[in-house]
Design a protein around this ligand. Sequence first.
Ligand SMILES: O=C(O)CCC(=O)C(=O)O
Ligand SMILES: [Fe+2]
Length: 701
Amino acid sequence: METSLIRPTATTNNNNDSIKNDDNNKPSEKSVETTTSTIPSLSMQCSMNIQDDVEELDRQRRDVPPGYEIRIDASSSDRSGHSYCKQVENDGKDLLQEKQRVDVSLHVVSEEDDDEGLAADANYAGGSIVKDEDDKKVSSPSPSATTTSPVLSAIVNSAADNDTQEELKHSSDYEYKWFPPRHIYALREIIVEHDGDEEEGGNALYDAEEGQLFYDAREGDMAAAAFVANNGLASKAIATAVTARSESPPDALLPPAKATPSTTRRTRIISSRMVNISGGENAKLERISRGAVLCSGWIGDDDDDEEEKRHKVGKGEGELNITSDNVSGVSPQGVTMCITANKDDNTKEQVTVVPYAMARRRMGCNCIKTAEDATTNKKMRPLKTAYKACRSVKHTLLNQMKREHPNNTESDQVGDEYCQDCNFFGTNPITPKPTKKKWMRRRRRRSRASLSLRNVGATIYGNEAVLGNTAEPINDILSIDSSLGIYVCESGLTAVKCQEIIDAAECLASHKGAWSAYTYAKQTLGCKEYDGLAEASEDPVMTACATVRDRLEEVWASSGNNNDSGSSREKEHDVIPAADTPDEGNVEETMKPKKLVLDTREPHVVKYDISRMERRKLDMHTDRSVWTFIIALSEGRGQDYAGGGTFFEELNATVHLQRGQMIIFRGKLRHRGVKILCGRRYLLVGFLVEQKSDDEMLKKE
Ligand SMILES: O=C(O)CCC(=O)C(=O)O
Ligand SMILES: [Fe+2]
């Protein structure tokens, strides 16, 4: 196993279009002055000519630590239609050797203008460059520098083994470059382009274990990129870095060199500070790469240089010969880079990513094949990720098809749209919309044939069942803010189980003809009403209820939060220690802990999609609940959707859950569902309310 590398590079900056960090409203020169030799100042070069990015840019400015600044340089552009990392030219010198400057740029084309796989000139965004000030070399950090900068410290400490850490701390060959977390995420799944020198470890990224933080900028490589694997340590390092930067001492937060794997699943890190990491160029990156096709083959003309070839492919020119033999996978997201796989004598084999539409057109065929050797051929190892991803896309699409053709057997579905050979869709994976008349007829038929309701849902989630619930509560609970009452933990749901709930909900919605909208959310389905959904959701819901009852209620009350008036922040001086709580008999009726049950129609599934603006988000509101739990059924950051998350007003942060995680919070906290940028986001939500006394019930009747 390769060791993880953090290969910092000295960088230069000759960009004068600076925009200052408006947090403290200091002029940019100020931040130059405050830059020390151990903490490089930060500037980012972005081409942002898309309106949406303005908000993101603002956020970036706020997020920049003191002494750093953001610089905007609208000149950074590339019209090839490809997203890739590149090293900006500098008089033909080997930049990495010279330790002068490394640019890491992302160039992204908006999907609206890309229907035939051709890049649009006007709509692209991207670019991030980290450089030091005044063309100066950034000095290597001394060991003390790692304590001066918690961010660097966190990154150094995330290196996989001690030797590497030591080397990084002491070697004068290394200099530290700090990527703001957003950009690390932006680069998360980008594959490093290098010139094909296939010596051992030539592309160490692909030898990285999941969870390693990677920054690889080797001499001779064509490009540099930061790479962060999906989960585990690397995420932790980033979460740590962000938190450390904002407020906390690094020592308390630094991850161990190797995370201890949890018995059931990989350690997953959640942080209230992992805010706004999607969006802006990252979102666009996620969007355009969806459905791209990975191909290997010749690109451009022999005498074109690499850059030229990429341009040509982006424009649909050149000699890329796409056949089913060289199509190697479909990338659902993230894998958007051109890769040079190998370089033997005169043979250059290129692996590149082209838009799905273009590949289809070139192949003159309705299906995309997945090359077996994507998993076995070492030279094509980068494709492994895409290959895996491809399988999951197929799975999702197949499920979708099954839902849309519930009565068909698989062979019925082959037809024009389905290739049994590769188990994949061709021209049109989505069934064409039925005419209104047909639709009405179908809807009537569906409602007649609606599921036979045994009223199981109402029983499963009735007061008695919830109060007598014997599910195991979750013990490992991360407190996002204990004074507000916001906690995150696992729900126990696996990805497969999450998908089962989604499938059940979608199946119901299609039988019913539509989603309901009985909470503030525009697309909901109540588990109490639908047996299939009720059954699929039982375990996580009961786990959530047990966790609130057996863990959170107690913690909450013991920190003086045993009534619900006003904000918890206001009550900070009014804490009644648990030990001083009077006997039950003396407690006034209002102070008695109430028994929590699920509200009349709870729990429910929420769906966000981008079909309409109001379905993308949920505006600021409070829930009519004592506690609300939200379980994420989909994965964010471009996998199932981008954007999203739950924003809390008092926290002033968005919490992003990973699939299977659950957030539990006080229902009266103002919160909103942040707009998703693409895909679909499903939640399983429950409102826990106080059980009404018999008197109250009678009164109501
Ligand atoms: O989308 C979210 O994260 C918030 C959902 C929510 O607040 C609700 O369903 O009441
Ligand atoms: Fe809510």
